[in-house]
Design a protein around this ligand. Sequence first.
Ligand SMILES: O=C(CO)COP(=O)(O)O
Length: 133
Amino acid sequence: MSLINSSGFMEIAIIAHDGKKADLIEFLIKNEAVLHNEKIRLIGTGTTGGKAEAAGFKTQRMLSGPLGGDAQIAGRVAEGITKMVFFFKDPLSSHPHEADINMLIRVCDVHNVPLATNEATAQLLLDAIAQQL
Ligand SMILES: O=C(CO)COP(=O)(O)O
C-alpha cells in the first residue's frame, strides 16, 4: 500500500464536525513539523479547510461537508488521490448528511485507505508516516 499518489504527494484529507474543529486545529498545530513536509498535501471540507488555512496550513478546500464535501473526498479516495483521512467525527451529534459520512467511511474501507475518526488514531497514523517522510 503506497501512501504516495501518482502526483508524488501524500494527500491527507482533514475533516471535522463543528464540535471537533477546535480539537483538529490543535492537533494540526501540535504536528506541524510533520504536516509542513513538502511531500504532504492537505485537502479539507469547506469550513474545516478554511480554519486549517487560517492556522497556517495550506489546504485545498472542497465543498462544505453537508453540501457534498465528504462525497468529493470519497471520490478522491476511490481514485487513489487521497491516501489518508483524518475525520474528527462528533459522535454525540446527529448530522443531516449522515449518508455522506457513512459513504466516506465505507469507501476508505473498500480501498484500504487509513482513516482516523478520533485524535488518538490520527496521532498514531501521523507518527507512523513521519518515519517514512
Ligand atoms: O460536516 C462535515 C463533515 O461531515 C465537515 O464539513 P465542514 O468542514 O464544511 O464544516
